[in-house]
Design a protein around this ligand. Structure first.
Ligand code: NAD
Length: 346
């Protein structure tokens, strides 16, 4: 079987990383088309990849007959239109989070995909492909620790850009913990509260940092998340599960531990998400490419989180932004999943 021809839309931080990944570490696929709002950037990148073209209009890139699948790494506000175009052309698409930036458009995308009856959309929640999360999920599902009761999560960044506000902490950082919660516990999140302690003096004026998010699931389970994006230290992501018969923790950064003079003991912490989750991104894209290649036989072009997961995360984050303003618990408003699945006919 010849390599799947991928169009990468948006070749900024994530898109350029995915292009390099597909070209050097992923089997069964090659980058055939790149597109970016900044056309020079796309043209320069295309010139460095054998057999790759830059296409100026993202919708033309999606429709191109020599494109088998699309990787969307454009900013969130552009996703709705580009996802709907992928659906109309029957092109499998891996969409970096968020699915779309509001609940209504996310639901419209979920409904359109269901009407068409083929699973074409995968959402880029890469933590589901990280070895430690996979191991924790297997431990939970194996039942050895009994039922999960609580999750304690930590999400720390060394720094964020000047335009980063508290709503972005919810939509861009907390969104990953929302998906982790749904993935590990297998339940929807039904309410969210945000607590704002005294800010870190190093945080920009007006940025509530750190934040504590408190999530409650449909089964009454509690999840708390510390979000601290101006630590000045490194990128740290931890999850502790507390269950009926024990607890388990991931994200301890216990790689190589070095001992050296004079009296030093320790290791390193990854500087950013690219290093911490590099292997997870590789795994995510490889599994997606494999699913795309098998799709004609299996009837699904997705391996992992789909459009519904993107919709659920958007719904929780939207409630989270309201909770940030009110300080009170806010109920998450979502349609019943059964109302969507009734439309599937595969
Ligand atoms: N999964 C993760 O851990 C993770 C991490 C970072 C970013 N993201 C997501 O990836 C996406 C891209 O983020 P980024 O950090 O790479 O942003 P970025 O700003 O570095 O890159 C976005 C690129 O898209 C281009 N662009 C803008 N509008 C476009 C359009 N209409 N059509 C084509 N190209 C367009 C820009 O010129 C830019 O090159 C976002 O949805 C973001 O939330 C996911």
């Amino acid at each position: 079987m010849s390599d799947s021809r991928i169009a990468v839309l948006g070749v900024g931080l994530m898109g350029a990383d995915h292009v390099a990944r597909i070209q050097s570490r992923i089997s069964g696929a090659r980058v055939a088309v790149v597109n970016d709002y900044v056309t020079d950037k796309a043209e320069q990148l295309a010139a460095s990849i054998p057999g790759c073209r830059a296409i100026v209009d993202p919708l033309d890139a999606i429709a191109d007959p020599d494109v088998d699948a699309v990787l969307l790494a454009t900013p969130g506000p552009t996703h709705e239109k580009q996802l709907l175009a992928c659906l109309e052309h029957g092109k499998p698409v891996l969409c970096e989070k968020p699915l779309t930036t509001d609940v209504e458009t996310s639901l419209a995308v979920v409904r359109r995909e269901a009407e068409l009856g083929v699973r074409l959309i995968q959402v880029g929640f890469m933590r589901r492909f990280d070895d430690e999360y996979v191991e924790l999920k297997a431990l939970i599902d194996g039942g050895e620790l009994g039922d999960p009761l609580l999750l304690h999560c930590v999400h720390r960044n060394p720094a964020v850009p000047d335009n980063f506000d508290s709503a972005m902490t919810v939509r861009d950082s907390l969104v990953h913990e929302v998906d982790v919660t749904r993935f590990l516990l297998g339940e929807e999140v039904t309410s969210i509260q945000i607590v704002t302690p005294t800010p870190n003096p190093a945080a920009r004026q007006g940025l509530f940092d750190p934040l504590i998010a408190i999530l409650r699931t449909a089964g009454g389970k509690h999840v708390d998340v510390e979000l601290f994006v101006t630590t000045g230290v490194a990128y740290e992501v931890r999850t502790e599960l507390v269950a009926e018969k024990g607890s388990a923790m991931i994200g301890l950064d216990v790689g190589l531990v070095r001992k050296s003079a004079p009296g030093h003991w320790g290791g390193t912490i990854t500087p950013s998400f690219k290093e911490r989750f590099g292997r997870a991104y590789d795994m995510e894209i490889q599994r997606w490419v494999d699913a795309v290649r098998r799709g004609g036989i299996t009837g699904t072009y997705v391996e992992g989180p789909g459009a519904w997961d993107g919709y659920a995360a958007t719904a929780v984050c939207e409630a989270g932004v309201q909770a940030l303003q009110s300080g009170q618990p806010v109920a998450v408003s979502m349609v019943e999943r059964a109302s969507i699945q009734a439309g599937w006919h595969r």
